[in-house]
Design a protein around this ligand. Structure first.
Ligand code: ARG
Length: 463
């Protein structure tokens, strides 16, 4: 078993069950690169400030780089009996360099070290997640571009409501994803401040240069308060929240894809490469990817709640509870990446049954609003038109017909304002093509949305 660094204070060895319970290396081992990056910056600053000698500083940096290379090549395995990744790397450095290795931790504590590592680790993860969300948004814009005039029913309460275009429906998701990217950018900016130099909680008596370590690590500034530096996990919570929101968007999208691919809708068909069969029902093609995304959204929401609950009762500064931040936030970042990776090509290869969409839009009195609007344009107050159209719909239902097929004399029985041009006004094409208000479903409005979205996407990518 690894010798504990704090063994001097204790009269006995800690029970191995407690060591196992305490150890976090099984899950924080993944931060080895970031731990070494932080230690290199720290050792550089210690040397520059004359807190350790320049030659010790250089030796430490060389040793850390070798450890990194050895972990990466597989020559060095993480020791699962170590307390955590920080202890493991320091012990390995000391094994290799002797007393020089023991100087690395001067003017530092694991409390500021771990607070830094998690920020550096998540900074990289945010970039990966963002890249995937950007890719997805681009795919959605392309699908929308090819379907600016693909008519489908729009729903409220899952009842056919008004006709829209598939392009419009796609672009709704693009807007959600733009906000997700914006949130990720925002979090990345806010978390890019450096806790290193906060020490255990109360800074240090050494003449450290916190601005130097921050800039070596590409961070904007040192964190202003040492207690906050080691106690803050807002970035984990904010990120878990942003991921939960993004997953909620993917989950709603998934839900629609599941519905649309059912025989009842048949608006789309997933490519065989992105759907599964049934072991006993040969006719089945199951949208497993989307169902799993919908399912996994629950665990990510759980991660967000875990983090908030873990933090809410903690007195300042560090408490061991905070070690629990990692599994939750790692699970959230792993899960969203895992979901986005198959979702993007699945969407790209999805086949659309435009005729079925159109047929569904032609049914269900989806043009009733337009019939009412026709009367408004002829001068009738809007509230009265609603009642008349409702009556016409009820009349059509009793005759098992539609508004398009109802004879003009039946219209005229309601009001003389109706004329032959009503048929043109309530035709499916008119209903969609005339909805060209800003943000609306008409092809020209959707094209404008795509342009705005692509521009915004470019801005966010540079942001
Ligand atoms: N493994 C610990 C964590 O993840 C590192 C910090 C330990 N600090 C301490 N005072 N025990 O939080």
């Amino acid at each position: 078993m690894a010798q504990m660094m704090w063994a001097g204070r204790s009269s006995k060895e800690v029970d191995s069950k407690v060591n196992d319970f305490n150890s976090s290396i099984s899950f924080d081992g993944r931060m080895y690169r970031h731990d070494i990056e932080g230690s290199i910056a720290h050792a550089t600053m210690l040397g520059e400030q004359g807190i350790i000698s320049m030659s010790d500083s250089l030796e430490i940096i060389g040793g850390l780089k070798e450890i990194l290379a050895d972990i990466e090549s597989g020559a060095l395995q993480l020791d699962m009996t170590a307390e955590d990744i920080h202890m493991f790397i320091e012990a390995e450095l000391t094994k290799r360099l002797g007393d020089v290795g023991k100087r690395l931790h001067t003017a530092r504590s694991r409390n500021d070290q771990v607070a830094l590592d998690i920020r550096l680790y998540l900074r990289d993860e945010i970039k990966e997640i963002k890249d995937l969300v950007v890719q997805l948004t681009k795919v959605i814009c392309n699908i929308a571009e090819n379907n600016t005039d693909t008519i489908m029913p729009g729903y409220t309460h899952l009842q056919r409501a008004q006709p829209i275009t598939f392009g419009q429906h796609m672009m709704a998701y693009a807007q959600m994803l733009l906000r997700d990217i914006d949130r990720l950018n925002d979090i990345a900016r806010r978390m890019n401040v450096c806790p290193l130099g906060s020490g255990a909680l109360a800074g240090t008596t050494y003449n450290i240069d916190r601005f130097r370590t921050a800039s070596l690590l590409g961070m904007d500034a040192p964190m202003v308060n040492s207690l906050d530096g080691v106690s803050d996990r807002d970035s984990c919570i904010e990120l878990a929240n942003a991921i939960a929101i993004c997953m909620m968007h993917l989950s709603r999208f998934s839900e629609e894809i599941i519905m649309w691919s059912s025989w009842e809708f048949k608006f789309i068909e997933l490519d065989d490469a992105y759907s599964t069969g049934s072991s006993i029902m040969p006719q089945k093609k199951n949208p497993d990817v989307t169902e799993l995304i919908r399912g996994k959204t629950g665990r990510v929401i759980g991660d967000n709640v875990t983090l908030l609950t873990m933090m809410k009762g903690l007195p300042l500064a560090y408490n061991k509870d905070m070690q629990e931040d990692k599994e939750a936030i790692f699970d959230a970042v792993d899960t969203i990446k895992m979901c986005l990776i198959p979702f993007i090509p699945m969407l790209e290869t999805m086949k659309l049954y435009k005729d079925n969409m159109r047929k569904a839009a032609a049914k269900g009195f989806i043009n009733a609003t337009d019939c009412a609007d026709y009367l408004v344009k002829k001068g009738m107050p809007f509230r009265d038109t609603n009642k008349i159209t409702g009556g016409l719909v009820a009349h059509c239902i009793s005759l098992d017909t539609t508004l398009e097929e109802l004879p003009l004399e039946d219209y005229k029985k309601q009001t003389d304002l109706f004329d032959n041009d009503v048929y043109e006004a309530i035709s499916l094409n008119t209903c969609v093509m005339e909805r060209k208000s800003y943000g609306g479903p008409a092809p020209e409005s959707v094209r404008a949305q795509i342009e705005i979205t692509r521009k915004k996407l470019e801005e966010l990518c540079n942001g």
